[in-house]
Design a protein around this ligand. Sequence first.
Ligand SMILES: N[C@@H](CCC(=O)N[C@@H](CS)C(=O)NCC(=O)O)C(=O)O
Length: 233
Amino acid sequence: MIRPLDVATSVLTTVWRLGSGARVGTLGKRPAQRLELYEFEACPFCRKVREALSILDLEAMIYPCPKGGPTWRPQVRKLGGKELFPYLVDPNVGRAMYESDDIVAHLFEQYGDGNVPFALGAGPLTDASSMVSGLPRLGGGSRYRPARQPGRPLELYSFEASPFSRIAREALSQLELPYLLHNVASGSAGRDAFVERSGRMMVPWLADPNTGTELFESADIVAYLEETYALPG
Ligand SMILES: N[C@@H](CCC(=O)N[C@@H](CS)C(=O)NCC(=O)O)C(=O)O
């Protein structure tokens, strides 16, 4: 996709979701152990969970499960019995679950004030809005492209409503690259540490411990991931 169209369609996705996932909401206790989310970028139900993670200022290990992905999809089947996404593992309560509404409710119950915001709690309206919002992205990140797995997970600073971060997440998703997602929405407690680490408050920012590469700019991140991990075919 040509760059201006790439950005414009990603902005549209954010607009359709009324910017949900741009700001941190009311927070509750913090998880002692890291959450794990199996998902893929274009999935409208997965988007709801990613929005919840941004609003609740939670980081998570993301295991991308694009259609045809040979690595993490089979793991979900092994763990939960079926390939259905999103699938959240919360070691803090010893639970793993399917169903976006259940996951969102769990996250706000455990790590918020128990109240699910309207944008995420409106049932079929939320689902419809999330589905429509993804249309301009033409399924970006939903189909596996052959790639080699990194030795160690990558790290991405992002927040769900950031149009540029979405472009980077789609690339990670289609290449099935696992990454530690640091959400730094407006109001995030993690912003100061992020600025300390990266030099400025701008997302997306990718750190690859396998190569020592750290970079801003979604287009550069996509190009880096392609060059480093995509395989021909
Ligand atoms: N009611 C479920 C629906 C989940 C669902 O249908 N997810 C789709 C992806 S958007 C899926 O996993 N399809 C099977 C696949 O991708 O193989 C929820 O809200 O989590």
